[in-house]
Design a protein around this ligand. Structure first.
Ligand SMILES: NC(=O)C1=CN([C@@H]2O[C@H](COP(=O)(O)OP(=O)(O)OC[C@H]3O[C@@H](n4cnc5c(N)ncnc54)[C@H](OP(=O)(O)O)[C@@H]3O)[C@@H](O)[C@H]2O)C=CC1
Ligand SMILES: N[C@@H](C=O)C(=O)O
Length: 262
């Protein structure tokens, strides 16, 4: 009987989420695996339970369907064994902004923003009451870079970063560890879903390497982990500049450059 917290992982049927499942199982954590593909989840669950002697529950759900999202929220609220939430499930953007239709916009925002937020909100009160636990949110470097041309997707990932930083401010003092993980191009099926031939993506990271690096950051209690960023000084400089900008805000008067010549 483990004393480790159970880990609920969304998007666990493939890619980054499946490797998170393998890694947390190898650490001895019981798991709850969430995705739409029940067969793939069950295959993974059976293998991990056998290999690591941990309990692995499968909770199939389409997180863009609110009734199904609600079943996962209910599990996070009620299952006191779950102490770590990995918000990993995400959709890419296929085509440019002008090619997005309303259904696609709703699905992308529904999964990348709404589901991640609601699942965080479902578990956070119970973790705060316990004074311990963790929420890992999978963002993307695309959230830092409109230059990538994945405008809608990148905006959802910018949301994930800021939400995570805000949760760190609010929930960190209550004992909850919040980590935003920002991968760059990583070898998973997401590229096919984005309509991009993965063989045309240069300098792509293997998914095991990505997750192992992200877990090093998690173990170090890094609030923002960017495995592909070779020099952490660049992130530190960006955050320092952000704080300097905040320090220069005078909310009482518009800046001289915006005042009519007087
Ligand atoms: N790979 C990359 O280059 C990068 C990925 N990321 C992020 O990493 C995360 C994981 O992506 P990755 O592993 O690459 O992609 P994959 O497409 O391999 O995995 C996505 C996972 O999300 C699940 N999923 C998709 N739609 C839904 C849904 N409606 N409801 C529930 N689960 C769903 C899929 O399972 P199923 O189909 O069974 O539902 C699958 O398990 C995403 O948030 C992505 O934005 C960030 C930066 C780079
Ligand atoms: N998921 C990738 C793009 O679709 C990324 O975030 O780089």
């Amino acid at each position: 009987m483990t004393t480790l917290p159970s880990v609920l992982i969304t998007g666990a049927s493939s890619g980054i989420g499946a490797v998170y499942a393998k890694r947390f199982a190898s650490r001895g954590h019981d798991l709850v695996l969430v995705a739409r593909d029940q067969a793939r989840l069950q295959t993974l669950a059976t293998a991990l339970a056998r290999t690591h002697q941990v309990a692995v529950d499968v909770l199939p759900a389409d997180l863009t369907i609110h009734q199904e999202l609600a079943t996962v929220e209910d599990r996070l609220r009620s299952d006191r064994r779950i102490g770590i939430l990995v918000n990993n499930a995400g959709l890419p953007q296929a085509g440019g902004f002008l090619q997005q239709d309303t259904a696609g916009i709703d699905r992308l925002i529904g999964l990348n923003i709404t589901a991640l937020t609601r699942l965080s909100a479902a578990i956070a009160p119970r973790l705060a009451e316990a004074g311990t636990g963790a929420i890992i949110n999978i963002g993307s470097v695309v959230g830092l870079a409109p230059e990538f041309g994945m405008t809608l997707y990148g905006a959802t990932k910018a949301y994930v970063l800021l939400l995570s930083q805000g949760l760190q401010q609010e929930l960190g003092p209550k004992g909850i560890q919040i980590q935003a993980v920002l991968p760059a191009a990583t070898r998973t099926a997401i590229w096919d879903k984005a309509g991009i031939d993965i063989d045309t993506v240069t300098d792509i990271m293997e998914v095991d390497e990505l997750v192992d690096a992200a877990l090093v950051g998690f173990d170090r209690h890094e609030p923002v982990t960017i495995p592909p960023l070779q020099d952490a000084a660049h992130w530190n400089a960006l955050d320092t500049a952000r704080l300097a900008l905040l320090g220069d805000l005078d909310q009482s008067h518009a800046a001289q450059r915006y005042r009519s010549a007087s």
